[in-house]
Design a protein around this ligand. Sequence first.
Ligand code: CP
Length: 324
Amino acid sequence: MTKRAEGDARSPGKPSPFSRKDLLDIESITRDDIALVLDTAESMAEINRRSIKKVPTLRGKLVANLFFESSTRTRFSFEIAERRLSADSIAFTAAGSSVSKGETLLDTAKNLMAMAPDAIVIRHSRSGAPHALGRALDCAIVNAGDGTHEHPTQALLDAFTIRRAKGRLAGLHVAICGDVLHSRVARSNVWLLIKMGAHVTLCGPRTLLPAEIERTGARVVHRVEDAVDGADVVMILRVQKERGGGLGYPSDREYFDQFGLTPERRRLAKKDAIVMHPGPMNRGVEIDSAVADGPDSVILSQVENGVSVRMAVLYLLIGASGDE
Ligand code: CP
């Protein structure tokens, strides 16, 4: 099994316009690659508006979806994206596989590789798991969320949603509030938004903010009112109780009182601000239902846009190489 070098084009004859073999994180990709995904997603959105939402672009390609952690939005949108591009796909969950008998991730992936997938989409509880596959395997690897590290396709769909609502990313004020410490969504969004010229303010309890996060270029505040004041975009993060986020504050009620996005706090943002949440939401903890379901909420648009963005990522990684 040979390993293509990171950054190599996928075909010597007609290089892919995307400069990566894999999509592992946002930290290491270029502004040009981000812009290319967002522009390609616009073409995919056009397909998704048709009455027959299917094109033959990835016919004959095989995508393996490896979800070692639960998922609703990411998993289904990748599956829909694969179907709309006519790829064959297989779904893998740890329960019911030989992982439950002790097989390692790498052995599992090498055995899948023997069946010649063109891409592996992986969600894993361990930060760096997709990177390990990317180093070891020749096919394209897409990170669908690794531990508390990154969730690159979420940040790309968030950027796509913001760009559609606001027409740009550069110069916008984006407040990201909540359990930043455990949030791979926040990390990917901070990298992406700052690369694209937005101003990012992070807010949360001191116990739920990573040390030295300011090094990314984001501003850090501890009052949600200060974060939201004058913002163009308010992005609320879930308290990740399964990763210990609930231990970072005394009770859900006190969290909501101090950090919950209420209609009163939302009014501190710009009049035309949009409200985002990657889901799943803890209603009444980090966000009031009146805001989550209110006129400024683009939360379901984020979900809809996830299909177009994931179609774009798969197309750029395995469909645009010219070796069909
Ligand atoms: N936003 C997100 O990753 O949601 P899921 O966990 O449902 O995939």
